[in-house]
Design a protein around this ligand. Structure first.
Ligand code: UT7
Length: 398
């Protein structure tokens, strides 16, 4: 049987806190007019509570995608989280999400390809499915870049926002789903967009903090030039690879970085009609790897993609990287019933938290138990009786 990977669920989550351009203009030397005309952004969402993190945003998006797909978390074989703002260098954020949603049968790993990461992860999920290593894969793009930008640097802080989007890919014998992918990298441009410190090359130190090396650094102009070129090239390439032409494409969902990049690459270079390009960056800013799944979710909810439609997802980002995927939208799953929702939300997710807590407590208990046992054994060993029958403390033998 031929194996195809179809998108059966999608969902998104953004933090409640809205940060407008006017608010930003009170924080740095900028203006609503400059940000709107140079980027197209009007406002963005940012996390404003310590408990809101990349994993919690990802978890909310993942739950929404599971609701849409109408499958339980236990049906997932793999959870892939694409992010540039992971919870830690390790463990993977994906493991935290896997535990939180109770995907007890799934493996989990993070993928780092910056803003192109979601499309990279989609390609990896597709590969796992067609090579029979998995049947159902959750792909999440999630970011809290607001925690990594320098709020005094107007070159970067006006651009980024926080959020998460997720899709679920499942094996199918009906043609459709992910039809072609194009992935690219040019590491000679690695320095153009980076977070210099915090990794093994420049571990955090007083000096890195003093220099602001733990914040995002970007040469905006160079990234802009690169982006306008690769977005058009990657789109053309992926359409050709799928044996289609641009006229067949119902919708292009580009990485939501800058309206001028989208206009220049998709509309001017490809001569693609503006009405068939999905844009929502005015409300969310650049949410990096989360931007494409958030836009995809909103496009589907707005009825812009119908069963059988072809769409191109195309992005670029730090690395430098670029990625495009051509998908054919499939029939939607029947809506989830209230009792399924209730079962998952009220019982399963709560049970998952309890199970996780129980495992932590059990691990702690056994750690204490074994430590105690070791101490008793050590004590018995050192008090072992000597051949003459009198107690001999081996610690005295030194
Ligand atoms: O996911 C990938 C993430 N990265 C990107 O997508 C970045 C791609 N690059 C861009 O989107 C654009 O290059 C920016 C939006 C970052 C900058 O736009 P630009 O049209 O390339 O502006 P610029 O860097 O050429 O700066 C023009 C002027 C400069 O002033 P002078 O030297 O002409 O006096 C900047 O200092 O605008 C100034 N400027 C600002 N002014 C007000 C730069 N940032 C701001 C700001 N507010 N926030």
């Amino acid at each position: 049987m031929a194996r195809y990977s179809r998108i059966i669920g999608w969902g998104m989550y953004v933090p409640e806190r809205v940060l407008t351009n006017d608010e930003l203009s009170r924080m740095v030397d900028t203006s609503d007019e400059w940000i709107r005309t140079r980027t197209g952004i009007r406002e963005r969402r940012i996390v404003d509570k310590p408990a809101e993190t990349t994993a919690t945003l990802a978890e909310r998006a993942a739950r929404a995608a599971l609701d849409k797909a109408g499958i339980p978390p236990t049906a997932l074989d793999m959870v892939i989280v694409s992010t540039s703002s992971p919870e830690h260098l390790f463990p993977a954020t994906a493991c935290i999400v896997q535990d939180a949603i109770g995907a007890t049968n799934a493996g989990a790993y993070d993928l780092s390809a910056a803003c192109s990461g979601f499309v990279y992860a989609l390609a990896m999920a597709h590969g796992l499915i067609v090579s029979e290593q998995a049947d159902t894969v959750m792909v999440i793009g999630a970011e809290t870049l607001s925690r990594l930008v320098n709020w005094q640097d107007r070159n970067t802080c006006v651009l980024f926002g926080d959020g998460a989007g997720a899709v679920i890919l499942q094996v199918s014998d009906t043609p459709g789903g992910v039809l072609a992918t194009v992935l690219g990298s040019d590491g000679s441009g690695a320095h153009l967009l980076s977070l210099p410190a915090g990794g093994s090359r420049k571990p955090p130190s007083l000096e890195t903090i003093r220099n602001g090396d733990h914040y995002i650094h970007m040469d905006g102009k160079a990234v802009f030039r690169f982006a306008t070129r690769v977005m058009a090239e990657a789109t053309r390439e992926v359409v050709e690879k799928a044996g289609l032409s641009l006229e067949d494409i119902a919708l292009i969902i580009p990485h939501q970085a800058n309206i001028r990049i989208i206009e220049s690459s998709v509309v001017r270079q490809l001569r693609f009609p503006w009405e068939r390009v999905f844009v929502n960056l005015d409300r969310y800013g650049n949410t990096s790897t989360a931007s494409i799944p958030i836009a995809l979710t909103e496009a589907v909810e707005a009825g812009k993609l119908r069963p059988g439609d072809y769409a191109v997802l195309v992005g670029f980002g730090a690395g430098l990287t670029w990625a495009a995927a051509l998908i054919q939208w499939g029939p939607e799953a029947p809506p989830v019933t209230w009792w399924q929702r209730m079962w998952w939300h009220v019982l399963w997710y709560r049970w998952s938290r309890l199970r996780s807590l129980y495992r932590r407590v059990r691990r702690r208990f056994f750690a204490l138990y074994f430590r105690g046992r070791e101490q008793v054994e050590q004590w018995t060993f050192t008090r072992e009786p000597s051949p003459d029958g009198r107690g001999k403390d081996r610690t005295d033998q030194k």
